[in-house]
Design a protein around this ligand. Structure first.
Ligand code: MLY
Length: 265
């Protein structure tokens, strides 16, 4: 716990570069997060994206909200940026002629939905429209390059934002690899994904940036493609590696990992 993670030092240590800001679909100045725990809003159900549901802010982390759909359990919380197009003020759905839907896995009998909806909204603190920020435009060409560093959401543990490296680029997609972790958490995503952020994002938003893992060697950025054992700067025997002490990324070729489109969940 002694020394804290520092991007400047880390970029030097790994002789790598940060992916440029304009590569990302994120605002240059992160949006301010004015939401408060307990406020209600409308959100697309992540498990059924055509449904618009009522959600409650359960937590605040940097420019993100931890959300829970009203009528759902506490096992399906999700995180959205305050400038996500997945969230909107209460009343938006109706204004557009839509109907608020029960979340997938609604805990009560479906017939009790209309009454549940009335009760959940009655006296609720609704997040003001001004708290919702406009989603930034899509960056047009995919300008990420293999080896560039970034901050990325761990999709298996979506509350975590972690140091990551572009491991591959194909068309509009990038392969996000997590520094210091074996491939288990890596994923393909579109270059305009809201789950990836420029270096320094967490320090600007006040979100927590995880330190790199320590179970896979981290070397020069080129090491994500071919690692040279002499350049190993950090390594330990910690977990999810099957056959231990060889640097896990050794011999990795661009193109490994699942093809674009299959794992972007
Ligand atoms: N408890 C999990 C957390 C893993 C997080 C990995 N991310 C940061 C890439 C584990 O140890 O498997």
């Amino acid at each position: 716990k002694s020394e804290q993670f520092n991007w400047d030092d880390y970029l030097k240590e790994t002789e790598s570069v940060a992916a440029p800001l304009h590569c990302f679909r994120q605002s240059r100045v992160p949006p301010t997060n004015d939401f408060k725990v307990g406020m209600k809003l409308e959100a697309h159900d992540p498990r059924n994206v055509t449904s618009v549901c009522i959600a409650t802010v359960i937590g605040i982390t940097g420019a993100r909200l931890r959300l829970r759909l009203d009528g759902s359990d506490n096992k399906n919380d999700f995180w959205r940026l305050v400038d996500s197009s997945d969230i909107q003020p209460i009343g938006t759905c109706e204004k557009k002629g839509g109907m608020l839907q029960p979340p997938l896995g609604f805990q009560m009998n479906a017939s009790s939905w209309p009454m549940f909806l009335l009760r959940t909204l009655n006296g609720a603190e609704m997040a003001p429209a001004a708290f919702f920020k406009k989603e930034p435009p899509k960056p047009v060409p995919n300008c990420f390059k293999v080896g560039m560093k970034l901050e990325a959401i761990d999709r298996k543990n979506p509350y975590l934002i972690c140091p990551a490296t572009i491991g591959d680029v194909k068309g509009d997609e990038v392969f996000v690899t997590f520094d210091g972790w074996s491939g288990a958490f890596d994923y393909w995503c579109r270059c305009d994904s809201r789950d990836i952020f420029p270096v320094g994002w967490c320090s600007l938003t006040g979100d927590t940036l995880q330190p790199p893992g320590n179970n896979v060697s981290i070397t020069k950025s080129s090491a994500k493609i071919q690692s040279s054992p002499s350049k190993v700067t950090r390594r330990s025997m910690q977990s999810p590696q099957k056959s231990a002490p060889v640097p896990a990324q050794r011999g990795r070729k661009p193109g490994r990992g699942k093809p674009p489109g299959q794992s972007a969940v």
